[in-house]
Design a protein around this ligand. Structure first.
Ligand SMILES: Nc1ncnc2c1ncn2[C@@H]1O[C@H](COP(=O)(O)OP(=O)(O)O)[C@@H](O)[C@H]1O
Ligand SMILES: [Mg+2]
Length: 328
């Protein structure tokens, strides 16, 4: 981007904008929040880091943003090793934290302007106004932070992160607990930033958010990255077809002629559940074959409910939340 900083001068297009290797964080009490994490983020991508509470997402972001001191491992951002050359890279990294840690007595406009100046950028009233307006904060600009509602505080966090025009922006659960309107505004803003060439790393446990916006998805649990993949690839590789066939009369067992299908009985034998395929349409054709086999076996059915698994299903399977939450 011609208008954005000097990325091109010290970063070739193929070099990741952020390169994390062997990153481990052991907190004072001994808890290992990050366990030998390797992760490379490409320039201009929107990367969604998904993981249940306590997975290590905020710790990972904290390590990159200089808020958490790594136990071991290296982090390179914009080609700089953060342990050696922290300032240069830090000026280009923005963070919308999960929680607000700022002077509650400060007026909104001042807080946003300060975020910009902190990183050595010239004051720019027009830019601050544009940011405040885009977040519906303009009318509140003279108010003290403490007087803002929860949603407005969240907007302020975003305004602060935008004010210093980062090339790499972290959003830590930006839409957790916000209203629908703010969520929509956030998505719009994230889209606009991405168009300007900003690389975005978003953590969330709203999978639909990742599904909607991300180019790549990483799944983290217990401080370990379980999987990183292109979103579409992940859905293709791990996607499944699920079908529930309601039977006209219950069965006590699956007839031998149907045993080769990936099916089992549910609801006291009154429905057959199929789960299979691979996200490429194979599942649907197997369900079609299954219905023919049912007719051939003289089994009558009253309905078929078929659906493709979502990223959410994939995520839930991977992190095994079903067990921990006791949901069957
Ligand atoms: N300052 C800290 N001291 C000790 N343990 C911490 C600290 N911060 C986080 N943890 C622990 O580290 C693990 C990862 O936390 P965190 O990175 O906040 O996860 P996430 O953001 O994915 O919910 C959790 O078990 C959490 O309790
Ligand atoms: Mg967190």
């Amino acid at each position: 981007m011609a208008t954005k900083g000097n990325c091109a001068m010290n970063l070739s297009p193929m070099q990741p904008i952020l390169e994390i290797s062997g990153l481990t964080k052991r907190y004072a009490g001994g808890l290992v929040a990050l366990d030998n994490v390797d992760l490379a983020i490409n320039r201009g991508e929107l990367f969604a880091l998904l993981g249940p509470n306590g997975a290590g997402k905020t710790t990972l972001i904290g390590a990159v943003c200089g808020l958490v001191r790594p136990t071991s491992g290296t982090i390179r951002a914009f080609g700089h090793d953060l342990a050696k050359d922290w300032r240069t890279a830090r000026a280009r990294i923005g963070l919308v934290p999960q929680e607000l840690a700022t002077d509650m007595f400060e007026p909104v406009e001042r807080a946003v302007a300060y975020s910009r100046e902190l990183f050595g950028l010239a004051p720019d009233k027009a830019r601050i106004e544009e940011i405040l307006r885009s977040l519906s904060l303009w009318d509140k600009r003279k108010e003290r932070i403490m007087a803002l509602s929860g949603g407005m505080k969240r907007r302020l966090l975003i305004a602060k992160a935008l004010a210093h025009e980062p090339d790499l922006l972290f959003l830590d659960e930006p839409t957790a607990g916000v209203d629908v309107e703010l969520r929509r505004d956030m998505w719009k803003l994230i889209g606009a930033m991405r168009e300007r060439g900003v690389t975005i790393i978003l953590t969330t446990h709203y999978i639909e958010e990742a599904e909607e916006m991300a180019d790549r998805v990483g799944i983290i649990r217990n401080g370990r990255i379980l999987m990183v993949d292109d979103k579409a690839e992940m859905m293709k590789r791990l996607g499944r077809t699920e079908a529930v066939i309601s039977l006209a009369s219950p069965l006590s067992n699956i007839p031998a002629s149907l045993e080769h299908f990936a099916i089992h009985l549910e609801n006291a034998g009154s429905s057959i559940c199929y789960r299979g395929g691979d996200g490429t349409g194979k599942g649907r054709s197997e369900v079609a074959d299954l219905t023919k086999a049912l007719i051939a076996a003289g089994i009558d059915y009253t309905g078929i409910d078929i659906r493709e698994s979502s990223l959410e299903d994939i995520f839930v399977d991977l992190v095994e939340e079903r067990e921990t939450e006791g949901v069957q």
